[in-house]
Write a protein that binds this ligand. Structure first.
Ligand code: OKP
Ligand code: ZN
Length: 313
């Protein structure tokens, strides 16, 4: 369930079908070679996230009955002496990101897909797509929320950075505040997103991110593709200046105008993703595309197909 609008619970927008729909879109653009990843990236995520946070998620999964959803009820910095059912409140940002028995393994497998794609890319020097679900860009060092538990894109970037200069570009509708928190000057984070004070992650007034590792650009409510492309182009200039060997792209299709995850709708049409894909392809470096959001199931195939066509050129 997703309770994050403060309305009666609704089915969770991060449905399993999303991965198949995005894959179908890419496959329509040309032949794809699929590698299925069955691993759980426990060791990798432990290099990125705090031990007590990872332990909590794994222990919770072992204690939940099938179908049961664990949600935070009481929020606090250190609830380590409270019953385990209260401990989500130590790490959760909000109430739209439940933990079910299978969630931690799903999140570990999502991270494993990002890690496997990164290792393949660093070996081959080619671009790849990691079809991750759940997404990851809202997950911080000891923080989950926004459907994210482990930060797949940052994990991929840390792996790639050992083979060459690496940067992250986030074009999901939402600011990935977890990726921003985890960014370091050697692996800078660039993001184009809807106003993060008026849209999820609803930043606290005055919150900032280190300027030497984060470059953030806001798309105003109602913006169309022209404005969007201009912002993407100027954000891209910062990436060109760095000339990275690898560019991790946090790829969200929730910028599509019909995606009702948007609090302040913007006007990107399914066709516009071809222009976005082409602009991303023109940036320097091998691209590791990591799936983040995109929840309008009726449009996902078209968005992904158009992006792939533009990207491949
Ligand atoms: C995750 B990702 C809007 C409610 C927003 C959480 C959205 C998480 C998005 N009315 N709830 O960045 O796609
Ligand atoms: Zn999003």
């Amino acid at each position: 369930m997703d309770l994050s609008d403060g309305l009666p619970p609704r089915d969770h927008p991060d449905s399993p079908a999303r991965v198949d729909l995005v894959l179908e879109g890419f496959a329509r653009s040309g032949p794809v070679e699929v590698t299925r990843v069955h691993d759980l990236a426990e060791e990798d995520v432990r290099s990125l996230h705090d031990a007590d946070y990872v332990d909590f998620l794994l222990e919770a999964s072992g204690a939940l009955a099938p179908g049961e959803e664990l949600l935070p009820v009481s929020f606090g910095k250190n609830l380590s002496r409270a019953p385990w059912r209260l401990r989500p409140g130590m790490f959760a940002r909000e109430v739209g990101t439940p933990i079910l028995a299978g969630t931690p393994d799903a999140a570990l497998n999502s991270a494993a897909a990002a890690a496997a794609a990164a290792r393949w890319s660093s070996r081959e020097g080619h671009s790849a797509l990691a079809l991750c679900r759940p997404p990851g860009h809202h997950a911080g060092r000891r923080r989950y929320g926004g459907y994210s538990y482990f930060n797949n894109a940052t994990l991929a970037a840390r792996i790639l950075a050992s083979s060459g200069r690496t940067a992250i570009l986030d074009i999901d509708y939402h600011l990935g505040e977890g990726s921003a928190e985890l960014a370091v000057p050697e692996i800078p984070y660039f993001s184009l997103h809807a106003d993060p004070w008026a849209n999820y992650p609803y930043l606290e007034a005055g919150r900032t991110f280190p300027e030497n590792s984060c470059t953030l650009a806001t798309v105003q409510a109602g913006a169309g593709v022209g404005t969007y492309m201009a912002l993407l182009e100027s954000l891209g200039q910062g990436i060109r200046d760095l000339a990275p060997a690898f560019l991790v792209v946090s790829l969200g299709f929730d910028t599509f105008r019909g995606d009702d995850i948007q609090d302040e709708p913007i006007a990107i049409e399914t066709d516009d993703f071809a222009r976005i894909g082409a602009a991303v392809a023109r940036l320097p470096g091998a691209k590791l595309l990591v799936l983040e959001g995109g929840y309008d199931r009726a449009s996902l195939v078209a968005c992904a197909e158009n992006f792939a066509r533009g990207f491949i050129g």
